[in-house]
Design a protein around this ligand. Structure first.
Ligand SMILES: [Zn+2]
Length: 340
């Protein structure tokens, strides 16, 4: 382990762009599969790990759908959520805004109220037992169109669980222009939720402008294509609208051709506030610590630089001021123990 790898592993972190189902590790999937012996998903953790090995985007979708098919009842939801927090605790992630797609589970027959109780039970348990604070971002599965948007807004606004802080939009961007989702974001924002749509991952800067102007994005998921528009970069920098950057995911989905060609450096050089995230970590063969290592390499950071990057995520999270101050102080304390 290099010194910086060790520093990152021990660094207290916040993660702002990570998906609920997409965080199911082979260990968790094996546990879910054991609860449903009739499912075709392998039950042995090593076989699950082999099944999970990232090959290409089509295979990732296959893995994702296989995991979704294992989430059949509220206990599966609770187990998945709590165990995701356990994997976070092992990486010293202290706070995460987990993107949850409740519509997918409700559509598959889990009663909405039971779904909310399951995630909330996991959230309070994770905070009590593991010291991991979870908050929710409910996102619209964009590929299911406006009925899914309507239903996600209903679940967020009418059943609003205590941990819910934000409203998002995922799924493919091509063929699903952002402006059509405006009424649902308006409703969620009126209810006090923060707007954090994905934009500009597989489409150009116009999608990011749409997310800012139509959906009133406070942070942008990915936003990799922003670097193609200097005016947009200047706008993001001036208004301190952060990009949630997920380097390995961007390569896996071919949003960028390779890690070496990732535009993270251009974003930072333009003065844009960036946060480092893992998106769907086990499915892309990564975790948050690995992503910080990638960012450190791309940006040429030392321990102090990595700590500053970690503080960005704390700063632009939706934690309260006391929570932010506490986690920032923990980061400072970790840096202070570091030689040099
Ligand atoms: Zn995402």
């Amino acid at each position: 382990m290099s010194d910086l790898t060790e520093f990152i592993a021990g660094l207290p972190k916040a993660e702002l762009h990570v998906h609920h189902v997409g965080s199911a590790s082979p260990r968790i999937v094996a546990e879910l599969a054991a609860r449903h012996p009739d499912s075709p998903v392998p039950k042995d953790p090593e076989e699950v790990a082999a099944f999970f090995t990232f090959r290409d985007f089509a295979h990732f979708v296959e893995v994702y759908i296989a995991v979704v098919s294992l989430i059949k009842d509220a206990e599966d939801v609770r187990l998945l959520t709590y165990e995701v927090a356990r994997d976070m605790a092992r990486q010293n992630i202290r706070y995460a805004e987990l993107t949850v797609t409740p519509h997918t589970s409700v559509m598959r027959g889990i009663p909405d109220v039971a779904f909310m109780e399951a995630i909330e039970d996991a959230r309070t348990g994770a905070e009590r037992d593991l010291g991991v604070v979870l908050r929710w971002c409910f996102d619209i599965p964009g590929e299911l169109g406006l009925p899914a948007a309507e239903e996600t807004a209903r679940l967020a606004c009418d059943l609003r669980p205590d941990g819910l802080v934000a409203f998002g939009l995922g799924g493919p961007e091509i063929g699903w222009p952002r402006p059509q989702f405006k009424p649902y974001f308006d409703r969620a924002i009126a209810e006090g939720l923060h707007s954090v749509p994905h934009a500009g991952e597989t489409t150009g800067p116009q999608t990011i402008w749409d997310a800012l102007r139509e959906l009133r994005a406070e942070r942008v998921g990915h936003g990799t294509s922003a670097v193609r528009d200097p005016e947009l970069l200047a706008y993001l920098a001036e208004h301190r609208i952060p990009l949630e950057v997920c380097p390995t995911s961007n390569v896996a989905t071919r949003a960028v051709p390779s890690l070496e060609e990732h535009p993270l450096r251009q974003m930072v050089d333009a003065g844009v506030l960036v946060t480092i995230n893992s998106d769907d970590p086990p499915m892309f063969g990564t975790d948050l610590n690995t992503e910080y290592g990638v960012a450190a390499r791309l940006l040429g950071l030392d321990a102090a630089g990595v700590a500053a990057l970690a503080k960005n995520a704390v700063d632009v999270s939706f934690m309260d001021a006391a929570g932010k101050a506490r986690l920032a102080a923990e980061i400072d304390a970790h840096l202070a123990t570091w030689p040099g």
